[in-house]
Design a protein around this ligand. Structure first.
Ligand code: ADP
Length: 192
């Protein structure tokens, strides 16, 4: 049985950081669509050119492009036993596509981790990250707000989708606290 997990949460919830620890715990590769798009941007690839303005505006890349990129990544040898997806799915269309993709490969999701962080905390973290990492999509307060809104409108419904479907454990974890505290909560929730 393969092990496909999701880590889910608003921008700056700490998904990337927690995914680093969780992928080791689960023993599967970390697949971050945000990192993949940023690699295309810095590599100035054809896809990078297509998504540049979309990323800068805080909107979502079209589903067909994103799903295709994920399908190619999941077809690589290192993800044959599973993966920890981070940043994907980001809307219900992508979630339904992923279910179909996994079913086509005779598998399904093993778990969904949701990091919960209040908006005020997110905004202050995003400002800090813009200063530290020089990420242009974090620097503009309007873009930051757009990304938080996009999460609420498009991504959060995925959680209700998984709960309604009732086929996967949804682990909701408080994302406020030290990195170690949040890591421990995730491990306790997901189990061995
Ligand atoms: P964060 O962790 O700050 O929420 P990510 O690094 O996951 O952001 O993603 C950065 C940007 O990449 C998003 O704002 C969006 O434009 C694009 N992106 C990432 N994943 C997806 C996806 N699944 N569907 C569409 N766009 C995506």
């Amino acid at each position: 049985m393969t092990r496909h997990f999701l880590i889910f949460g608003p921008p700056a919830a700490g998904k990337g950081t927690q995914a680093g620890a969780l992928k080791d715990h689960l023993g599967v590769p970390h697949v971050s669509t945000g990192d993949m798009f940023r690699a295309h941007l810095s590599g100035d690839t054809e896809l990078g050119k297509v998504v540049k303005d979309i990323l800068a505006s805080g909107q979502l890349v079209p589903d067909t492009i994103t799903n295709q990129m994920v399908a190619e990544r999941l077809a690589e040898a290192d993800t044959a036993e599973g993966a920890l997806l981070d940043g994907f799915p980001r809307n219900v269309i992508q979630a339904a596509w992923l279910d179909g993709y996994l079913a086509g490969h005779r598998t399904k999701l093993s778990g969904v981790v949701v990091l919960r962080v209040p908006d005020e905390e997110l905004r202050s973290r995003l400002v800090g990250r813009a200063e530290k990492e020089n990420r242009s999509d974090d620097a503009d307060p309007a873009v930051v707000q757009r990304r938080i809104d996009t999460y609420k409108e498009q991504s959060e419904p995925c959680i209700a989708y998984y709960k309604a479907q009732g086929m996967v454990d949804v682990h909701e974890v408080d994302g406020v606290g030290s990195i170690e505290e949040v890591e421990a909560r995730i491990r306790a929730s997901v189990g061995g």
